[in-house]
Write a protein that binds this ligand. Structure first.
Ligand code: AHM
Ligand code: MG
Length: 343
């Protein structure tokens, strides 16, 4: 049995309740909010499993058999998360990779203490090829005290996160999350509709054996990025082998494999697009939540010069270079950036 396999049957809800019991003054509000979110991801998972039938059941933008508009999967995911989370009274506001502006709580519903940031469907360009995709989420405590949530509540440094996680819709659907006391993974049993603990106390291996980067972009990378990846392709002193290449093009999937098996992921600044000088990935919906998980699992994440979790966002859609993986590999990347320059 793999070392992370638990010996007891624990549902996600039971796990959350046990985590909550560690805090004597916990009200259960946080657990209740996460359970709302879990309902949405179960619905998204079900819909993704039917994605290959879109041609038969109707394409996005067309009417389906019941005369309803069929939504694209990424819009569908956005919509389901919003509808699961807007009325519970737990959130001050939300922000999503799919929405330009802050998402307010409708005025007829109460506002709460938390702020939810999410990427509803990460890797959506992979949907048509039936390659795995994901949802990423991150939760902050609000900074303002009452009323509708504001930009001040949303634009918080990753160090303030109280929870982050992701759902990977792969051969099975897996939810990985942390509330600052380690990382646990749960696999959805569709026959009972429950996420069951499948990966207890996940620790990232100390050294990577894989590297994940889109090397098609090499001509647009800086010297440090090129030299770093070239270095990983040389036989390693300890193992005698070069790192192997693995790149899916869905951040959640690449990260999940690297978390379990040991891999370093790099998305550097990409000089091909002057509008995106900081690379492609978004700080609030992609880099910060996964950096939080990486650190909780004993790994690290950097933009080359500073910890991802130390970066103060200036806008909802800020982008950042990202190197994430085992501590030693991330430190090595920072060394290359120091020696060969720049972001
Ligand atoms: P998306 O949020 O629009 O799906 O884009 C983010 C995705 C990540 O999942 C992945 O790591 C990256 O884009 C891949 O980009 P590229 O195709 O440039 O390698
Ligand atoms: Mg994404």
């Amino acid at each position: 049995m793999p070392t992370h396999m638990p010996h007891k049957l624990v549902t996600l809800q039971r796990h959350m309740l046990e985590q909550q019991a560690r805090f004597p003054f916990a009200t259960g509000e946080f657990t209740s909010m996460l359970m709302d979110f879990v309902v949405a991801v179960k619905i998204i998972s079900r819909e993704i499993n039917k994605a290959g039938l879109a041609e038969i059941l109707g394409d996005a933008g067309e009417e389906n058999i019941q005369g309803e508009q069929v939504m694209k999967l990424d819009q569908f995911a956005q919509d389901r998360i919003y509808k699961a989370m807007d009325h519970g009274g737990h959130l001050a506001c939300m922000a999503s990779e799919e929405e330009e502006h802050l998402i307010p709580i409708p005025p007829q519903f109460p506002t709460g203490r938390y702020v939810l940031m999410f990427d509803p469907l990460d890797g959506s360009s992979n949907i048509d090829a039936n390659v795995s995709i994901g949802t990423i989420f991150a939760i902050h405590r609000r900074k303002t005290h009452s009323g509708p949530g504001t930009m001040e509540d949303a634009l918080q440094v990753g160090n303030n996160l109280v929870c982050a996680g992701y759902v990977l819709y792969g051969p099975s659907t897996v939810l990985v999350y942390s509330t600052a006391s380690g990382v646990a993974g749960f696999t959805l049993d569709p026959s009972i509709g429950e996420f069951c603990l499948s990966h207890e106390d996940i620790r990232m291996p100390e050294r990577a054996k894989y590297y994940s980067a889109n090397e098609g972009n090499t001509p647009y990378w800086g010297e440090a990025d090129r030299k770093f990846i070239e270095h990983l392709k040389q036989p390693d002193k300890a193992s005698g082998r070069p790192y192997s290449s693995r790149y899916i093009g869905t951040l959640v999937s690449d990260f999940h494999r690297n978390l379990l098996s040991g891999g370093v992921f790099l998305y550097p600044p990409d000089r091909k697009d002057p509008k995106k000088p900081a690379g492609k990935l978004r700080l609030l919906y992609e880099a910060a939540p996964l950096a939080y998980i990486a650190e909780q699992a004993g790994g690290a994440a950097t933009d080359g010069k500073q910890r991802i979790l130390d970066i103060q966002p200036k806008g909802l859609h800020d982008r950042t270079p990202l190197c994430i993986g085992p501590k030693a590999d991330v430190a090595l990347y920072e060394k290359f950036v120091r020696e060969f320059g720049g972001k």
